[in-house]
Design a protein around this ligand. Sequence first.
Ligand code: PLP
Length: 438
Amino acid sequence: KSYEQLADLDKRHFLHPTTAIKQQQANGPEFILTKGEGIRLYDLKGRSAIDGLSSLWNVNIGHGREEIADIAYEQMKTLGYSSCFATFSNEPAIKLAAKLAEIAPGNLTATFFTSGGSESNDTAYKLARHYWILKGQPKRKKIISRSQSYHGVAMGATSATGLKPFRDFTNSLAPDFCYVDHFSPQALRDKIKEEGPETIAAYIAEPVQGAGGVHIAPEGYFKEIRSICDEFGILFITDEVITAFGRTGKYFGIDHYDVAPDMMCFAKGITSGYAQLGGVMISETMHNDFIELSEGTLLHGYTYSGHPMACAVALKNLEILERENLIDNARVMGDELLEGFKKIQSERSIVGDVRTLGLIGAVEIVKNKETNERFPEPLAPKVLAEAAKRGLIVRSVVFDNQDTLVFAPPLIINQQEIHELIQILSKSIEAVERTAVS
Ligand code: PLP
């Protein structure tokens, strides 16, 4: 089918996720993607572009990996599906759970599998609350999250999401969620006291806030958080949906902060997007308590929990990640990316703060570098459009008076490709700067 035919069907029948509907109806899809290879995506109009966000922060090992296709094919041929309820299990799921226990931060030893990040978040809240029921403290049900956080779109995950526009999308949220300021441990302490420590089940945070604008927690932040959680007996959940599996230059984002979480949510990078898989890990202590205190059935499970094909893909994905030293590469190329951002910052009058942690990064657009004053209308979306024209796909973040471009290229990116990315970005910012300050 031609682009026009597909665009017409798309407009009539495809209700897109996280999309401006009027714009989609007026313009149709900008890219109908046909192929991915390495760090690049190709579309029906014959164009190619660097996938500067690893699609949705997930295609860590890059596109077009035949090894992954082969393992999925083999697994689907042998056992395409297996329940993991009750007495059923399967080899890829068992091996993956064991592998995760080997690499996970702290003392996380057991995994509950889901199909993605939102399900992982809802699962984490329910497991945390169930844990407190088993421990004889059923009043502990509130989940505290941060004001610029993003945790997904299931009902619990939306309710935990600090970014207000996501919560305002619906007119009824799940009860027992509350929010604290960004990077202030004191705010958490105050909130716990205000709500009553005996009512709090868990505190959840992303080590690097991704969708909220790539905000990297300052050094020492999570150490303080951990000690506050310990002081009040609250579970600490790290939401590693974006940051796990090498993105930040370490296996997990929380590894930068040297603290042990009680629970961890993951998804995306576990399969590099090749299959739908997520999960929640719990500590050995929690697992033992579940085993000891649980009388009945763990009444929480998805049809696709422990899907054999998805787990086989995840195992191969982790094998590739390790074999090709992609976590080290993320660290080294992350430094290269930061160098490039800093060069653009020194050359362009509208570039404010730039930051990276491994291969996740941000470039802020400002009217005044000294005062951080923003333009009345954010310019990052314009830079994004200029970049797309020149063959680079990135994302802009304009929540909460931000005007930011965010980046998370595949972990396979090399020096030459970083330079290409930086060159396109520089030209795109220059083009927008010319119109903005003229
Ligand atoms: N948690 C975080 C930190 C995320 O960034 C995301 C998605 O971007 C989610 C949860 C939700 O994951 P999913 O879109 O797979 O449901």
